[in-house]
Design a protein around this ligand. Structure first.
Ligand code: NAP
Length: 594
């Protein structure tokens, strides 16, 4: 395809429209729907009954993933003694605890994504780490800072209530625990709510069916990183072709009698280029190298000049380029927009050509090609996915409007029944725009009985995206769509958020502050800043194929308050500088202290 805007627009629009169908966004309620409740069960750690405990730690952290662990680690460094992590999982790791599907790997370079490499004196084994290595590393972080021994696993918080007289939070759990703490930290992450589509008839399916975040190794055989040994005579349906689905296809294809891949929208899948870490990698690394590497990556993502691209992958080459198209002097807005679109088109063409090179059957190659602008969906990277479609035991079922229904035998598309022995739902997670109160899944009741859900009903209300008036001594770890910033390498944001929280707690302790709250005027100013810099992306995003990034085709439904500091994905460096300066000044401006 040559770049003819009219032709390209028409093609992209037609592809989008095939997918903008009624019922597209319908999902099952995993918390209240009895049938699908089973999808939440932890297949990795046996649940053991225990008595509820009563305790008064200094800090309770909800979530033992990267953000919660880093908050705990930095608080430990700041001298906090009693920390209790509470998590529904059976162990440490958050998303890396749950996502143990075969082939699971992080798309962000391991040397930046695995936290605290210098403290733990650890160099990841590969450029992009597999999930098990990440999970074990996070366990090592927990061990180093003794965050596991007091943690309450397989435990969900049911309610947290601010106790004005005590100046503490009272946290209740579904195990009957009652924890009284000075500081309450919400670190639920953004991939904690599995999304299970509501496909008519799915409850009738006779075989095992599970989400990628609860992989059923009893059905498939094998274990993370090992061949799947039970699938030789089994036919499997794989629903979903995002980052998770495409990673688990090659191992499934290797092992199963047959795999039907149900694709609603093709992903743009760039080169992965994974490789073992070079022996020479660690040579000459100076103290502070990991932070410097993260900053180098982040600079490129924000379009800032760097001497060298230390990462040099699809994120820095494609994503950063599309995100920051060049604006030459004297260019009109129209010229700029057109040049940006042409650049985007060129990159998408490279992705489409790659498919022609790798997939032997032309009709399959055609169906695998993504037709939308690069940032309409979260880009993916893989080197073995396309080759799986050259196998006789893999069939692509292209279903832009989704799966019609599921019967006792399996999925039905275009009236055709696909008989399968098991179904893998690689259907993702609730989007970043899911409001925090829903994401954390419990009531947080602050001063005067106000609930966080009530206060945030019209959108996030924070100072710095991490604190909220009326919820004293409480922190929310920074996350997308919550008035902080977005970073492709989430670890960088989590690490900074953890440093900030620990830094502030240290200052408060030093000054003998018992309770801090956010001054309403300071909060209102922060919200206003977010709202004032928000640029409604509806015009661009509505031309996109529906995805979680454009609110499934309804970008107008994104609320200005649920966005980021510094417009768009936000400006990490400006945000960090501002918060570091605020903390260093020692004025604690915007806080009301008791
Ligand atoms: P995802 O990107 O949201 O993909 C979900 C897939 O399920 C999409 O292909 C979607 O189609 C499909 N789907 C949903 N409902 C369907 C239905 N009713 N019928 C047919 N298909 C349906 O989820 P994910 O792959 O789990 O990834 C989620 C996020 O997790 C990623 O964006 C990334 O942030 C993170 N992640 C990262 C890695 C990594 O670093 N390697 C790996 C896994 C996950 P549509 O595209 O049409 O919606």
């Amino acid at each position: 395809m040559a770049f003819d805007p009219q032709v390209v627009h028409a093609k992209y629009r037609a592809e989008r429209d095939k997918r903008l169908v009624a019922g597209r966004t319908a999902i099952r309620d995993l918390n209240h729907d009895e049938y699908v409740a089973g999808y939440r069960v932890d297949p990795f750690t046996a649940y053991t009954a225990r008595e509820g405990i009563t305790d008064d730690p200094d800090v309770v952290i909800v979530g033992g993933g990267i953000a919660g662990l880093l908050a705990g680690a930095h608080l430990r460094k700041a001298g906090v003694r009693r920390i209790r992590i509470v998590d529904q999982a059976g162990g440490i790791g958050g998303t890396w605890y749950w996502n143990r599907y075969p082939g699971v790997m992080c798309d962000v370079e391991s040397y930046q994504y695995l936290p605290m490499l210098e403290e733990l004196d650890y160099i990841p084994s590969r450029r992009y780490a597999y999930g098990e290595e990440i999970r074990l590393h996070l366990q090592a972080v927990a061990d180093r800072f003794d965050l596991g021994s007091d943690a309450l696993f397989h435990t969900g918080v049911t309610q947290a209530i601010w106790d004005e007289d005590a100046g503490r939070w009272t946290v209740h759990t579904d195990r009957g625990d009652v924890l009284s703490c000075r500081y309450y930290i919400l670190a639920a992450g953004i991939l904690n709510l599995m999304k299970l589509p509501a496909i008519p008839g799915m409850d009738e399916f006779a075989g095992p069916a599970f989400h990628t975040a609860r992989w059923d190794y009893d059905f498939t055989g094998g274990s993370p990183g090992q061949a799947l040994t039970n699938l030789g005579d089994r036919v499997v349906a794989l629903i979903g072709t995002g980052a998770s689905g495409l990673q688990c296809l090659p191992p499934l294809a290797e092992a199963a009698k047959h795999v039907y891949v149900f694709q609603r929208t093709p992903s743009a899948i760039g080169v992965r280029g994974n490789r073992p870490t070079d022996d020479s990698f660690a040579e000459g690394l100076q103290p502070g190298w990991q932070k410097a590497r993260m900053d180098n990556f982040q600079s490129i993502m924000l379009g800032r000049p760097v001497d060298e691209d230390l990462t040099d992958d699809g994120w820095t080459r494609h994503y950063a380029a599309v995100q920051n198209p060049p604006r030459h002097k004297g260019m009109s807005t129209e010229e700029f927009m057109r040049a940006a679109e042409e650049l985007d088109f060129g990159i998408m063409e490279q992705h489409r050509q790659r498919i022609d090179e790798l997939v032997h059957k032309p009709d399959v190659a055609a169906a695998l090609k993504p037709y939308y602008r690069y940032l309409c969906k979260r880009p993916c990277f893989h080197d073995e996915y396309f080759d799986a479609f050259n196998r006789d035991n893999v069939t692509l079922i292209d279903c832009p409007a989704g799966i019609e229904r599921i019967t006792e035998q399996g999925p039905v598309v275009g009236g055709q029944q696909y008989e399968v022995d098991g179904i893998v739902y690689a259907t993702g997670f609730e989007a970043e725009v899911t409001p925090l109160p829903r994401r954390i899944g419990h009531n947080v009741i602050g001063r005067g009985g106000i609930s966080l859900a009530g206060k945030w009903a019209d959108g996030a209300a924070t100072l710095f995206g991490m604190t909220s008036h009326g919820f004293p001594n409480m922190f929310v770890m920074p996350a997308p769509g919550q008035q902080s910033v977005v970073t492709v390498n989430y670890t960088q944001l989590a690490e900074f958020g953890a440093e900030f929280v620990a830094g502030l707690v240290a200052v408060l302790e030093e000054r003998g502050v018992r309770v801090f709250d956010i001054n309403p005027a300071a909060e209102a100013d922060w919200i206003q800043q977010i709202v004032d810099t928000y640029v409604d992306p509806s015009a661009v995003l509505s031309a996109c194929t529906p995805s979680r990034l454009n609110n499934e085709g309804d970008p107008g439904g994104i609320r200005a308050r649920d966005t980021n500091f510094g417009r768009g994905f936000g400006d990490f460096f400006a945000y960090r500088e501002l918060l570091q300066g605020w903390l260093a000044s020692g004025d604690l401006e915007g806080l009301d202290l008791t």
